[in-house]
Design a protein around this ligand. Structure first.
Ligand code: 5GP
Ligand code: ZN
Length: 113
């Protein structure tokens, strides 16, 4: 997808600190970390948001959650962590390519729910 920031990171056109990659998923450090560990887990397939998921995306989503579990282990988040997906304008999404935030490395105080 042209002009998509995360597609450019996935393609290597924009540098990032990549921590994990496989056939379906790339994960890299957030440029503006909100916790000691703040990693974005991003499917290679350009999907705008969770609202755009279709029936063929099951394998990709399974890969996303397998990657999250691996990354959490590698980063020693044994005491827990938070997974966040902001979806659409009211959800506070700022980059229109589906992604999941992994936040951890400290007790995460503020909760919406
Ligand atoms: P959203 O607000 O869409 O849920 O999350 C977008 C995230 O992307 C933000 O946490 C922001 O800090 C991060 N981000 C924005 N631009 C870049 C970039 O160029 N590189 C990296 N690594 N993260 C970025
Ligand atoms: Zn994209």
């Amino acid at each position: 997808m042209e002009n998509c920031l995360f597609c450019k990171i996935i393609n290597g056109e924009i540098p990032s600190s990549i921590v994990y990659k496989d056939d379906d998923v790339v994960a890299f450090k957030d440029i503006n970390p909100q916790a000691p560990v703040h990693i974005l887990v991003v499917p290679r397939k350009h999907i705008v948001s969770a609202a755009e998921k279709d029936a063929s995306d099951g394998k990709m989503l399974s890969a996303v959650f397998s990657a999250i579990a691996k990354i959490a282990k590698e980063n020693k988040l044994d005491n827990g962590f938070r997974i966040i997906n902001n979806c659409g304008a009211d959800g506070g999404q700022t980059v229109p390519h589906l992604h999941f935030h992994i936040l951890g490395g400290r007790a995460l105080g503020d909760k919406v729910i």
